[in-house]
Design a protein around this ligand. Structure first.
Ligand SMILES: [Zn+2]
Ligand SMILES: [Zn+2]
Ligand SMILES: [Zn+2]
Ligand SMILES: [Zn+2]
Length: 382
């Protein structure tokens, strides 16, 4: 007792060797550390946005902390932060990754709040430029988390309402894609493939005939599928696309994709013979024109019964617009709609209960809103 009291009585300044109160120097802005020189400045910003990146974690100089000790002083207030982060990253990296273990090679892996990304791609094409797999994955991580932040704002999930992190894998060789598909998904599909609901997983061969290594297309593909995965995993692990709520499944995937990129490139159609397209993915003016042209035809009653896989590109654009209308006018109905769809509540029952309108009234209100808010003309992009 007496000993403990004595130790407590000794002020911290009396033992500088154990409790250094270092202030850094002018060269390090009094941090005691500087940015690790092994990473490009713009990549550093992307690295700081993610929980963990395996490529950064393998950096010999900083061990993924992104910081190295200042050479001009003995350290400063951020020295401890650097040391703690190094340890944290080392523990994460030491954890065996099932995908790396299966393929017997290191991958670029990135963990964010909602996702686990992995790739072994060397280079992708962005116009005339080349983008390496590591940078691609970081930019995808940034965009996918942007979509996830919108989803979280609209659906307000609690801490454990997502049951898993969504896994998205991008492969250099067709063979790796096929191998992991067989092992992890029990599928032999050569095209891009996803598993929804329980432990969602998406895998694609980046250089196949559809994607041809085109980076912007693969990035928006990741975001589009990430949205399907998040909403299929939320609350009840079930995909609503084949439960007569295709409009909600496809409408939402298009909405968040459009929100991030300003256009829609991906359609909810698997292995289409001809790549689907509706007005170049720029939809507002075209949708307005379509609805005004078809003013005599009721569209909603038919639309809300469809399965995702059976919808035409035009129906997918309509579903996107209905979702757009709900986001703009009654966003707090979205969570109820998704929860209802997951237990097969028909949309004709959910509309009056959650939107306060029958399908007929909803159709009128939605069309009026489209005529009021969508432009008459719109520039095509890209
Ligand atoms: Zn310094
Ligand atoms: Zn990284
Ligand atoms: Zn480093
Ligand atoms: Zn889709």
């Amino acid at each position: 007792m007496l000993l403990a009291a004595l130790i407590l009585a000794i002020p911290a300044t009396a033992s500088p060797a154990q409790e250094p109160d270092l202030k850094g120097c002018r060269r390090c802005d009094h941090r005691g550390v500087v940015d690790c020189p092994q990473h490009d400045q713009d990549l550093l910003a992307l690295e700081r946005r993610v929980n963990f990146c395996a490529a950064a974690a393998r950096c010999q100089d900083c061990g993924g902390s992104l910081l190295v000790p200042c050479q001009r002083c003995d350290g400063g207030p951020e020295t401890g932060v650097m040391e703690m982060r190094r340890k944290e990253v080392a523990v994460w990296l030491a954890h065996e990754d099932p995908l790396e273990a299966f393929l017997e090679k290191p991958l670029v892996r990135i963990e964010t709040l909602h996702f686990l990304f992995a790739t072994d791609v060397d280079q992708l094409k962005r116009g005339k430029k080349k983008v390496d797999g590591h940078r691609f994955l970081h930019e995808l991580a940034r965009d996918a988390e942007e979509a996830a932040a919108w989803i979280d704002q609209h659906y307000a999930p609690g801490e454990k309402d997502y049951r898993a992190r969504m896994r998205l894998w991008f492969w250099e060789e067709a063979d790796s894609h096929l191998k992991v598909m067989r092992h992890f998904l029990g599928s032999g599909s050569a095209g891009d493939f996803k598993m929804l609901g329980h432990e969602p997983l998406f895998s694609v061969h980046c250089h196949d005939r559809t994607f041809k290594g085109i980076e912007p297309t693969l990035r928006s593909l990741g975001v589009h599928n990430g949205v399907h995965m998040l909403l299929s995993n939320l609350w009840t692990e079930v995909w609503i696309g084949d439960m007569q709520a295709g409009w909600l499944d496809s409408g939402s995937a298009h909405w968040y994709e459009e929100q991030v990129y300003g256009r829609v490139e991906h359609y909810c159609i698997d292995e289409a013979v001809i790549p689907p397209d509706w007005n170049g993915g720029v939809w507002r003016a075209a949708l307005r024109e379509l609805l005004e042209r078809k003013s005599e035809t009721l569209l909603l009653p038919e639309l809300v019964k469809q399965q995702t896989g059976a919808m035409t590109p035009e129906q997918q654009a309509l579903a996107w617009s209905v979702y757009d209308w709900i986001v703009a006018t009654k966003p707090d109905a979205l969570a109820g709609l998704l929860r209802g769809a997951k237990v097969r509540t028909p949309s004709r029952e959910m509309f009056p209960a959650l939107l306060g309108r029958s399908l007929l009234e909803a159709e009128r209100a939605w069309r009026a809103w489209v005529s009021e808010t969508y432009p008459k003309k719109e520039k095509k992009r890209r």
